[in-house]
Design a protein. Structure first.
Ligand SMILES: [Zn+2]
Length: 448
């Protein structure tokens, strides 16, 4: 079976199966419906960017949250627009063509050309986005969300840059090799080839993260906590032995809280940030862990991969069509004669930037759905393990929100377009109202 046939068969299977599995997940239970309605009502009754009955900030913190919220909205859309505008400028001013000419002049070797072209492209891209990145880090430090020194921040930028160049270079060589071999179906075949690459990337991510943060076994520092978390593990019939639980020393750089599930197969693990352990009560950590184990039990990593592949297939196809159109119409002006030319990478990335900006809300609808499901799972999982699951979950959200000055009541459109999680106020209100053990209701994931 040729790679092209295999990719096509896989693409068709994915397009048929994905809508199926998505609709199967869409049903709300009665208890969930009631709590969602309660939260929606609470948000609708509160002033925009103002406090909610179930998540409120002090007047001083609310002012900070409102300022941060306004800046984030602006930064978010300016950043998306700038990535498109700067690429258009680089193409029309001939900078991309100059990068290609330089790379081709320096060496006849394709590997040297590809890596040099990418290096020039990444350096210019880094400099163009530097002002916004500097401002964002300045803001994080000013509000105490980050405690990372500028030297350490620049160190991280350098590491990320090197990784992007090395790994991106391999992908670039692969892409252009396939484009030369299969001028009309490269988008499909490159997609097929990217499946094992994506899986490998998720598998090795937990081994790359220690470049940026220090990790240690959770059991070493918090054995009592591990014993508590193992109760959640047992309830969900999961297989997360204590050696798969890690403590990440986020406090060296950040003051915000988090926990997540990373990797898959032999590298799958649960990671709790040390900032969470410093600021949350033990019951609240158990809830946060319950949420993370929900991602684990409900197969969110696998579903996320399937969804990402679907988006990638669409993106590559749109990119392919865009490159043909753009080269036919602007190729002469931009100095990009064909899709085989290194400079065509910029045209392809321009397509990805435009299409990616439009797809953002679609990806976030998917992500918010999973996050909400994990909230429901987490709250049900701690039933019987903590005194009051509703109060515990609500309190955890309040701490999470307060440490990052999260907007209690963001604009619904901004939440819809850019939030990967439901807003923290919505989650707190939902948690307070969610009681599937009340008469007439049934839990979603556990038996009563
Ligand atoms: Zn989550």
């Amino acid at each position: 079976m040729s790679l092209r046939r295999f990719s096509l068969a896989f693409a068709v299977a994915l397009c048929l199966l994905l809508p199926f599995s998505l609709t199967a997940r869409a049903s709300d239970t009665l208890a969930e419906h009631a709590a969602n309605a309660y939260a929606a009502q609470e948000l609708a009754a509160a002033p925009l960017h103002g406090n909610l009955p179930d998540y409120s900030l002090s007047p001083e913190d609310l002012a900070k949250s409102q300022h941060l919220s306004a800046v984030h909205v602006t930064l978010h859309f300016v950043d998306a627009a700038w990535s498109i505008i700067s690429l258009l400028l680089l193409l029309s001013l001939g900078v991309i063509a100059w990068m290609r000419n330089t790379a081709v002049k320096v060496s006849g070797n394709r590997w040297a050309q590809g890596y040099l072209f990418l290096l020039l492209y990444l350096v210019v891209g880094f400099l163009l986005s530097l002002p916004l990145d500097l401002y964002a880090h300045h803001l994080s430090r000013k509000y105490g969300l980050s405690v990372q020194s500028w030297a350490s921040w620049f160190g991280d930028q350098a590491k990320a840059f090197a990784l992007t160049w090395i790994i991106g270079g391999l992908l670039l060589m692969l892409l252009f090799w396939i484009i030369r071999k299969l001028p009309r179906s490269w988008w499909l075949v490159f997609w097929g080839v990217s499946i094992p690459i994506l899986l490998f990337g998720i598998f090795v991510a937990p081994y790359i993260e220690p470049l940026f943060f220090h990790y240690e076994p959770l059991q070493k520092t918090n054995p009592a906590l591990v014993a508590q978390l193992e109760q959640v593990v047992a309830k969900g019939h999961m297989n997360i032995p204590p050696e798969r639980m890690f403590l990440m020393k986020a406090s060296a750089k950040l003051s915000t809280l988090n926990a997540d599930v990373e990797g898959f197969g032999a590298s799958k693990r649960v990671v709790v940030w040390d900032t969470s352990i410093q600021k949350l009560r033990p019951d609240e950590i158990v809830f946060v862990f319950g949420h993370e184990s929900g991602h684990y039990v409900l197969h969110h990593i696998v579903l996320g991969v399937a969804f990402t592949l679907f988006i990638l297939l669409l993106t590559l196809y749109v990119g392919y069509r865009f490159v043909q159109w753009a080269i036919a119409n602007f190729g002469a002006r931009w100095g990009v004669p064909s899709q085989n030319d290194w400079a065509a990478l910029a045209v392809l990335l321009l397509a990805f930037s435009i299409f990616g900006a439009l797809l953002e809300p679609v990806e976030n609808i998917f992500s918010r759905h999973d996050e909400h499901a994990a909230d429901v799972y987490g709250q049900e999982a701690i039933h019987g393990l903590v005194a009051d699951p509703q109060a515990t979950a609500k309190a955890a959200f309040e701490v999470l929100g307060k440490t990052s000055f999260a907007d209690p009541n963001p604009s619904p459109l901004y939440e819809f377009w850019t939030y990967s999680h439901p807003s923290i106020g919505r989650r707190a209100a939902f948690a307070k109202a969610y009681d599937p053990w009340a008469p007439g209701f049934e839990p979603k994931y556990f038996k009563k």
